[in-house]
Ligand binder design. Structure first.
Ligand SMILES: *[C@@H]1O[C@H](CO)[C@@H](O)[C@H](O)[C@H]1NC(C)=O
Length: 131
């Protein structure tokens, strides 16, 4: 290795180290934004199969009925951001729930799902979230 290369090599090492620090800071920031896992044990399979219970959740999300459980309240609050970010700040479990809910609705009640998505995107806009 020529002597001339040494400073640039040093710079490269510094640049890579700096980049790693920046990246880990971004990761940490995202980690901070992760939603609470307090309701991760909610059994969405049971809810999706139970017409009355599923309709109660739907009404909560649509503002056509009260949010009857703490979990309903929690997820309704997170929904606008979760939907426009494709569940970016979801826990692993929440992402699984989200995928189950999407596939159930797309398969079984796609019209209702489109209405809910449209409404939730409007909510996101009202909250000033970037679409
Ligand atoms: C659609 O609904 C039926 C009856 O509740 C259910 O068995 C099926 O799994 C649902 N589809 C999806 C993709 O979840």
């Amino acid at each position: 290795m020529s002597k001339k290369l040494v400073p640039s090599m040093r710079f490269l090492v510094f640049a890579v180290a700096a980049l790693l620090v920046v990246m880990s800071t971004i990761d940490a920031a995202d980690e901070d934004k992760k939603y609470s896992d307090a309701y991760d044990d909610l059994d969405v399979d049971v809810i999706l199969k139970d017409d009355a219970e599923r309709d109660r959740y739907y009404a909560c999300f649509m503002d056509t009925g009260p949010c009857h459980t703490a979990a309903a309240h929690f997820f309704k609050n997170k929904a606008p951001e979760a939907i426009i970010t494709a569940c970016k700040y979801c826990t692993k479990k929440q992402l699984e729930m989200f995928e189950k809910i999407v596939s159930w609705y797309v398969d079984n009640k796609s019209q209702d799902w489109n209405i809910l998505i449209e409404k939730t995107i409007q909510d996101a806009k009202k909250k000033g979230l970037k679409i």
